[in-house]
Design a protein around this ligand. Sequence first.
Ligand code: PLP
Length: 407
Amino acid sequence: MIKINKHYTKLEASYLFSDIARRVSEYTEKNPDKKIIRLGIGDVTRALPPACIGAFHKAVDEMAADTTFQGYGPEQGYDFLREKIAAIDFQTRGINISPDEIFVSDGAKCDTGNIQEIFSRDIQLAIPDPVYPVYVDTNVMAGRTGRNVEGRYEGIVYLESTRSNDYVPDLPEKSVDLIYLCFPNNPTGATVTRQQLRQWVDYAREHKALILFDAAYEAFIRDNAVPHSIFEIEGADEVAIEFRSFSKNAGFTGTRCAFTVIPKKCRAFAENGEPVSLHPLWLRRQSTKFNAVSYPVQRAAEAVYSEEGQQQVQGLTSYYLENARLIRNKMSDLGYQCTGGVNSPYIWIKGDLDSWEFFDLLLEKAGVVCTPGSGFGRCGEHHIRISAFNSYDNVVKALENISQALG
Ligand code: PLP
């Protein structure tokens, strides 16, 4: 008898996006003349930068001739891309990361989801609430949790991000082994200071723990006081893995390219307590289960690091940041507590209503779709997330509607 992985049956069905879709379609049926503006999604809306498109086309042409055709590429990614990443994303910031510490992949979603398989089942997890749900669900699938009881899985230490800690979780009271952190954060838009990050790094060193640092929104940082990488913190290279993505900086959500940084010094521990380098483990995992990102996509990603590519990415992220600024200012003027929207494309808004009532209010009164905070975890209750990923004109119109409805 073929049996299923029983841990899949523990997964709480996610009705978040189907519930949103149902409420939106009910609204449009009742109000066929009203235009809906979607500020709920985390997907970008603007085209790939011209520098990437040019490199993409050129690489596709190379695939058309026997002399320049590329077959299977190196599982860790082509040198041409890893060298640019190491130089521009890290070394120019004074961070000592070398190209062979970078693993190019087809997404930070896959990497943040897959990485847990190199760790033992019986480790203590610490996961933020609210959270990008991939961190939780992949650990449930792997059998690291118990049942879901009233929206929380047994066996996880939830790192609560609330107004009282400015949405940056405090260190756990209980000793934990694997810590997920994401800054700038999805969904709260909160950023972390170097001082706060240092406390986490010190904690990990002291407790023989490991930090998985998701920096998918790094390109939105404009404030010099906000760290771009956990590896800016001394000693982090022994206790942290960092995830980056081309999805939100260069619009690769549909093109797919990302990377994970595992310094050679980064360690976990064997059963006998001996330190074990994680780099060869992940290399082994990737070369067994992954066959690299396509050549044209890696060439397109490489173009992000050209002079024009850097300017175009700056232009794209600044465009969304301007939307974010408008959203944050308007919602603050209307009397709501807002986080994010600065150094982040997300604005996390606290209200008095429950999350779904808040969602319904914006939909029914303003025709604006947001994301109810409770969909990201218990601490998201009474919040909504508004995303800046839309056109400037749509954002302006949405804010006019919201002003009229709630002002
Ligand atoms: N990490 C976070 C925090 C995200 O919000 C997202 C996408 O929304 C991802 C990772 C996924 O990135 P990718 O498109 O590279 O898979």
